[in-house]
Write a protein that binds this ligand. Structure first.
Ligand code: NAD
Length: 370
């Protein structure tokens, strides 16, 4: 049996609480001989700053490079508000993304039937929703140069951000989207603003070429990012995989996220290039939420986003889609039974703590796999 190397970085606040529930699953899979994991754990964020005066150490980065997947909790909190900018907790997360060259951010938006009522949209629009937003993460306007504010000397200032994309950056993110679509419902919608942006013209051209060359079996459609945003709230079930740039992806993935209810339900993955020698890619899996200082230490955090992030690691890094399916089914079953952490509370639901929710997922897994 392959042994999977995992680096666990719980981080700060509820990060440590929700990571404990992932460990519960890892320990069970291992004890049952269902999968074999070699796990290392290290500090990141404020916890690392307190111990080492840096948001992530070089030693932790070495472990990250050696792992098959990094499982990341959350960082930050008011305790570190006055820490120098380059040492702040988020710097640990940014270094991981940068050094592991994680260029593709995957954000699924899945609406479990039991949670359809928690959405701001009508049940029939969101129930059973299952879409994946693939956002380019390392290029575009957030990183393009020049990026300046210039004093014009006449009482005015000029701010410049630059949207830059090269062909190879669009090609590789398009490939991630097409490959994912092949494992899902075989459709990709590419979103840009080619009507007003040159980068949109190139994006459209390159995605079309990659499709023509290598992915003719996948359905490709193009939408302008603004009308794509409208369609996301009007009839989101028309989408399977959406691929878009860094800026539009930032916004569209947050919109899609809210279709499904709570922040505590949202997993994510960030993927790097495939290594030609090993066939593996660097990857990090993390819930979308932060360290939630307002509820940290109270056993109230919803661990499902963290558990579902681990499920994505099983699927996309560890070749254990079979186990990922079971984890997803266990989550759906627990919700269907009416168990809810406080962030999801609804009429008639049973409110449970972080560890009770983790335990309930494990019990469902035991039933499913027993
Ligand atoms: P947050 O996501 O931590 O919390 C926003 C709200 O959602 C809070 O009311 C919180 O209680 C609730 N919430 C979040 N996750 C939850 C969960 N799993 N279960 C139940 N409720 C949950 O965002 P914030 O309050 O803006 O930021 C708090 C800290 O986290 C800040 O220091 C911020 O910089 C950091 N942050 C880190 C990450 C990350 O590590 N990736 C992401 C976002 C924010």
């Amino acid at each position: 049996m392959t042994t999977h190397k995992l680096l666990l970085l719980p981080g700060d606040g509820i990060g440590t609480e929700v990571m404990a529930e992932v460990k519960r699953l890892i320990d069970w899979f291992t004890a049952q001989g269902i999968a074999s994991f070699e796990t290392e754990q290290d500090l990141v964020g404020g916890a690392s700053y307190d111990a080492h005066r840096i948001a992530i150490t070089d030693e932790a980065m070495v472990l990250a490079h050696k792992s098959d997947a990094v499982i990341f909790g959350a960082v930050g909190g008011p305790k570190w508000d006055d820490v120098p900018y380059e040492l702040r907790p988020e710097a640990g997360l940014l270094r991981l993304r940068k050094d592991l060259r994680l260029f593709a951010n995957l954000r699924p938006a899945v609406c479990y039937p039991a949670l359809a009522e928690s959405s701001s949209l009508k049940r029939e629009i969101v129930e059973g929703l299952d879409i994946m937003i693939v956002r380019e993460l390392t290029g575009g306007v957030y990183f393009g140069e020049p990026k300046t504010i210039t004093d014009l000397g006449n009482g005015q200032k000029r701010a410049i951000d630059t949207q830059v994309y090269d062909t190879y950056e669009i090609e590789r993110i398009a490939r991630v989207a097409f490959d994912l679509a092949r494992k899902r419902n075989n459709k990709v919608t590419s979103m840009e603003k080619r009507n007003v942006m040159k980068s949109g013209v190139l994006w459209h051209e390159v995605v079309t070429q990659v499709h023509q060359r290598d992915y003719k079996d996948v359905t490709l459609e193009h939408q302008l990012a603004d009308s794509g945003g409208m369609n996301l709230v009007k009839w989101p079930k028309q989408f399977d995989v959406i691929v878009t740039d860094n800026l539009f992806g930032d916004m569209l993935s947050d919109i899609a996220a809210m279709l499904t209810g709570s922040l505590g339900m949202l997993p994510s993955a960030s993927l790097g290039e495939v290594d030609v020698k090993t066939g593996k890619r660097k990857a990090m899996y993390e819930p979308v939420h932060g360290s939630a200082p307002d509820i940290a230490g109270q056993g109230m955090a919803n661990p499902l986003a963290m558990i579902a992030s681990f499920g994505m690691a099983l699927r996309y890094s560890l070749e254990r889609g079979d186990l990922a399916d079971q984890v997803d089914q266990a989550i759906a079953a627990v919700l269907a039974k009416g168990l809810r952490t406080a962030d999801l509370k609804s009429d008639g639901a049973t409110i449970v703590s972080t560890s009770q929710m983790g335990e309930a997922v494990l019990t469902e897994l035991q039933t499913l796999m027993g």
